[in-house]
Design a protein around this ligand. Structure first.
Ligand SMILES: Cc1cc2nc3c(=O)[nH]c(=O)nc-3n(C[C@H](O)[C@H](O)[C@H](O)COP(=O)(O)OP(=O)(O)OC[C@H]3O[C@@H](n4cnc5c(N)ncnc54)[C@H](O)[C@@H]3O)c2cc1C
Length: 498
């Protein structure tokens, strides 16, 4: 008998949808589908949800092992609102100030703050001639965000037709023909500020010397929108999405690797689990790296567009050190960047030579600055990240001891003798842990002015009922973007269901 509120009748019309992977994109897709009354099951190969977002605890320390900078708070608010919930009932996102502390080899330090007036004060001390240029750059980046947001970020993947809706005047303003760095150099003169603003290319795993200037939009996202830290650690986001998904009735099966996605007559009909069971489904959303899916998880030869995808340059990977350090460093902030001397060489080594930088820029996040319980007293939990090439033939991570190179860059803090516990995550580990093809953090690289159009769309080419959600499809990588991609994939799936 139908429930008085009609819920049973509603559920009987629900379709069985499988999601492969419980990364943030998979969880977001599941939440949108379940909030729209569908029956959703997530199949996750690992023992925990979150994918690249994960955490490790050891010897009294806790570290987030993947993302550490969370921007675009509104994206998470919208996700909870789509399920009729309030973000603040699940997550306590606190603003981080300074956004980042930048250290230069000449000994100078620059703090960038959420409040523009505080940043301008810091720039006045640091490079007074660039105060006006910095403000103009921010206005330029905000303009790119305004124009590109509806086409490239917040809606379904761009098509030439959707792009034609942008007026010719606006199309020029999105600055797609120059590189990021060319544009930045036109606004500020100080080499240090140029390096700082160029660094935002790495948020998509790209090089500022090759990525299109349109990606200066990332600076607006962080410098105007701020950086947020969830109390309890970045992993609190994965936990909150899991809790919300389960409240909505989503079944999450951990330790359940999918062997391949079954396709019959050009239409998805389910998945085959690694342990041999077949699970039927009306639609499948894959949260696994699109390259990995086309290379390994579809039984038939992938369509030409997919084969072309496998030939494209990958975004960068990362070399990570989780360090428990004895002593405290009041001169460090929550987010710190130690810049290298020669930024162009760094990206040349990563993308042309395929080797990790010989003198890398080093990023250090210390969450115990905000959440003191993340380290024992008089100790700190350092998450150290260096950009690294995607896996290839030029470098063998098993043979080389890159740890020493990275610690060498931090030598002035006497880190090495004070390490009390340590774990290293290399690009091959990232590939193994999340299924990221070549260990690339963001799928295909954005070192190309057509990247936004070449990125694989959320509807699989030539396979009905198969969708993609996550950092390797539209709108791209990074936690807020994959959250949006889950929404896009779920919306497309709902549109196509009978
Ligand atoms: C070191 C590092 C630092 C980063 N820093 C930031 C940052 O500061 N800010 C930011 O916004 N972003 C950052 N990112 C990027 C961000 O973490 C990712 O873009 C995002 O988390 C990817 O989410 P996703 O939905 O694509 O899924 P993924 O995290 O890639 O998850 C995919 C899931 O699929 C599962 N899976 C794979 N194969 C199978 C299979 N055969 N069967 C079942 N399940 C399978 C995996 O186990 C995994 O759980 C960082 C990433 C890394 C690794």
């Amino acid at each position: 008998m139908a429930a008085p509120d009609g819920k049973d009748e509603f559920l009987s019309k629900a379709h069985e949808i499988l999601i492969v992977g419980a990364g943030i994109g998979g969880l977001s897709a599941a939440i949108h589908l379940a909030a729209n009354g569908q029956r959703v099951k997530i199949l996750e190969k690992n023992a925990t949800v979150g994918g690249k977002m994960n955490e490790i605890a050891a010897d009294g320390f806790r570290w987030d092992t993947g993302p550490s900078v969370i921007t675009m708070r509104h994206v998470f608010e919208d996700l909870f609102a789509a399920a009729g919930r309030r973000l603040e009932d699940y997550l306590n996102l606190v603003p981080v100030d300074p956004l980042t502390r930048y250290f230069y080899l000449d000994g100078r330090i620059l703090d960038i703050h959420p409040q523009l007036e505080n940043t301008l004060q810091a720039i006045q001390q640091f490079a007074p001639e660039d105060m006006e240029g910095y403000e103009k750059f921010l206005a330029y980046a905000a303009q790119i965000h305004r124009i590109t947001g509806p086409v490239f970020i917040y809606n379904q993947p761009p098509t030439w037709r959707s792009f034609l809706k942008v007026s010719p005047f606006d199309a020029l303003k999105i600055d797609g023909l120059r590189t990021m760095q060319n544009a930045i150099d036109g606004f500020v003169k100080s080499p240090q500020l140029r390096q700082l603003l160029g660094r935002f290319a790495t948020y998509t795993g790209a090089s500022p010397y090759r990525a299109p200037a349109t990606l200066n939009v990332i600076a607006d996202v962080e410098l105007a929108g701020g950086v947020w830290y969830p109390r309890g650690g970045i992993y609190a986001i994965a936990k909150a999405l899991r809790a919300l998904a389960e409240e909505l009735g989503v079944t999450i099966c951990e330790n359940t690797p999918v062997h391949h996605i079954e396709v019959q007559d050009g239409k998805v009909n389910g998945v085959l689990l690694a342990k041999g069971d077949f699970l039927p489904a009306e639609a499948v959303i894959s949260n696994v790296d699109v390259g990995t899916v086309y290379e390994k998880m579809l039984p038939s030869v992938p369509p030409k567009r997919a084969r072309d995808l496998l030939k494209m340059e990958s975004s960068c990977s990362g070399f990570i050190m989780l360090l428990g350090i004895k002593g405290t460093h009041p001169q460090l902030a929550h987010h710190n960047i130690f810049f290298s001397r020669d930024y162009p060489r760094e990206f040349d080594e990563i993308f042309r030579l395929g080797v990790p930088p010989s003198e890398p820029t080093v990023y250090v996040a210390i969450t115990c600055k905000t959440d003191p319980q993340d380290a024992p007293s008089d100790h700190e939990n350092w998450f150290v990240l260096v950009n690294a090439p995607p896996l290839g033939k030029a470098y063998d991570w098993k043979q080389q001891n890159y740890r020493e190179v990275v610690l060498g860059q931090l030598a002035k803090f006497s880190v090495q003798p004070n390490i009390v516990t340590e774990k290293i995550i290399t690009p091959p580990d990232l590939e193994q842990m999340s299924g990221a093809r070549r260990g690339a953090l963001y799928g295909t690289s954005s070192n190309n002015r057509w990247a936004a159009f070449l990125r694989p769309p959320n509807r699989a080419a030539g396979i009905q009922g198969l969708y993609f959600a996550g950092g390797t499809t539209h709108p791209g990588g990074g936690v807020p973007m994959v959250t949006l991609s889950g929404k896009v994939a779920a919306t497309m799936c709902l549109e196509d269901l009978p």
